[in-house]
Design a protein around this ligand. Structure first.
Ligand code: PEP
Length: 242
């Protein structure tokens, strides 16, 4: 399976900074034998769209979109606009959306289905908190979030899952390879039981150039979702070449 490296910029990079990054980054990706996706903030979608024109293995997407085309949803991002501008992917259920913005678990399946329906690829983010891990609930949490997120998803449409233990996101505390391997094996089995064959499973949580190689060598780790270390072109390139 081709590896997939995704950059979640969160609320970083203005349109000018987005152009600067992509001007430095994109020419160097031609020799990377993987797919790369950048997730700029919505305010920089248009700048990204202009910069990506003509790139063969690099795409961009939205960090969050709503599950309906239009309506009274003040402040939300439109998946249709994302599509119109040439975006290909959308994150669904990133832990910061769940914890900071209190997104409801019941929204996830509608978002995944709506994104798939537009011909875009959802990346469903799942993962346990430290308290849940300590209580031995890691598998149960991942199973529940997969159930909630995929209830309306089509097995015939593209889908990506990102396993991101909440305690490893933005903390510098990367999960141990054995913890990542166990979680990915569980998620793979769960996806197969649901009829999702060949779904890429990304790991996310304090991935850096220094730990990328070891993690990428684990079975069922098909790429990464990277936050902090994706903000610098050289650092993200090193991860893409891991
Ligand atoms: C993320 O935002 O999805 C993420 C994994 O962040 P970081 O790499 O900074 O932990």
């Amino acid at each position: 399976m081709k590896k997939l490296f995704a950059a979640n910029w969160k609320l970083h990079k203005t349109p000018a900074e987005t152009r600067d990054f992509l001007r430095a980054f994109l020419p160097q990706t031609k020799t990377v034998a993987a797919e790369i996706v950048i997730f700029p903030p919505a305010s920089s979608w248009e700048a990204a769209a202009q910069s990506f024109a003509g790139s063969a293995n690099c795409f961009w997407g939205g960090q969050n979109v709503w599950s309906q085309a239009q309506g009274a949803f003040t402040g939300e991002n439109s998946a249709q606009v994302l599509k119109e501008l040439g975006g290909r992917y959308a994150l669904v259920g990133h832990s910061e959306r769940r914890s900071v913005f209190h997104e409801e678990p019941t929204w996830m399946s509608d978002k995944v289905a709506f994104v798939q329906g537009l011909g875009l690829t959802p990346i469903l983010c799942i993962g346990e908190t430290l308290a849940e891990r300590d209580a031995g609930q890691t598998d149960a949490v991942n199973a529940r979030q997969l159930e909630e997120g995929l209830a309306k998803a089509k097995t015939s449409q593209p889908l990506v899952v990102a396993y991101e233990p909440v305690w490893a996101i933005g903390t510098g505390r990367v999960a141990q390879p054995s913890q990542v391997a166990e979680a990915h094996a569980f998620i793979r089995r769960n996806l197969q039981e649901k009829g999702f064959e060949g779904t890429p499973i990304l790991y996310g949580g304090s991935v850096k150039p220094e730990n990328a190689g070891e993690l990428l060598g684990l079975p069922d780790v098909n790429g990464f979702l990277v936050g902090g270390a994706s903000l610098d072109p050289e650092s993200f390139l090193k991860i893409c070449r891991a």
